[in-house]
Ligand binder design. Sequence first.
Ligand SMILES: [Zn+2]
Length: 238
Amino acid sequence: MRIEELTWPEFEELKRRVDTVVLPVGSIEAHGRHLPLGTDVFAPLEIARRVEERLRGMGMEVLIAPPVWYGHTFVLDVYPGTINVGSDTLKAYVREILREFAAEGFKRIVLLNGHGGNHSPLLLAAEEVAGEFPGVEIWLINWWVDFREDILSICSSQGHAGQDETSVMLAIRPELVRMEEAKGERRTSRVRVIRKDIGRELFPDGVNDDPSLATAEKGEAILSVVSEKIARLIAGEK
Ligand SMILES: [Zn+2]
């Protein structure tokens, strides 16, 4: 159930029996010349949809909250179309949303994050709200990190706008993927260097992996295993 599609009496009725809300959080940012700017929202939103579907099959309900589209994305801000929200602002904004869901009575709020730069602000917001609301737990899921082993059993590499993300987008919205432009390489630096234009060096064209081997089948396999595992965690299974 998507919260934005409910009336308030329907919402009130549902929250009497549903204790978990899933909040997808993403970013609007450059993802190479081949993926859309909204990739980091499309992916967690689709995972959330599948998690809900699987849980329904297991006899459990969750609510899906409208996603937070804009995130914190310092490194990729060197490319057009990247809309960077400062980390303090993102943290405060998400904290207010978490507070509201906690005050509504939800016992578990799952932050389904689609973007690496959001990790620290989301963690800090979650800690503050968890501290204020005893009995409420907040989960922070970074799907491409938490299920990396599964993803790397499907893809030979992963990275920003890389094989995994491109595969996922081919499975979700193939019409938005320009495979003829899908190229890149993995770049790393030994220590973390923070510099205004570091993105041009570490993410040439907004890519940090070779996305050319991406396929819709791999994307489907990733979405399937990730949503299955998250659904099982929410259902309390291992
Ligand atoms: Zn991404």
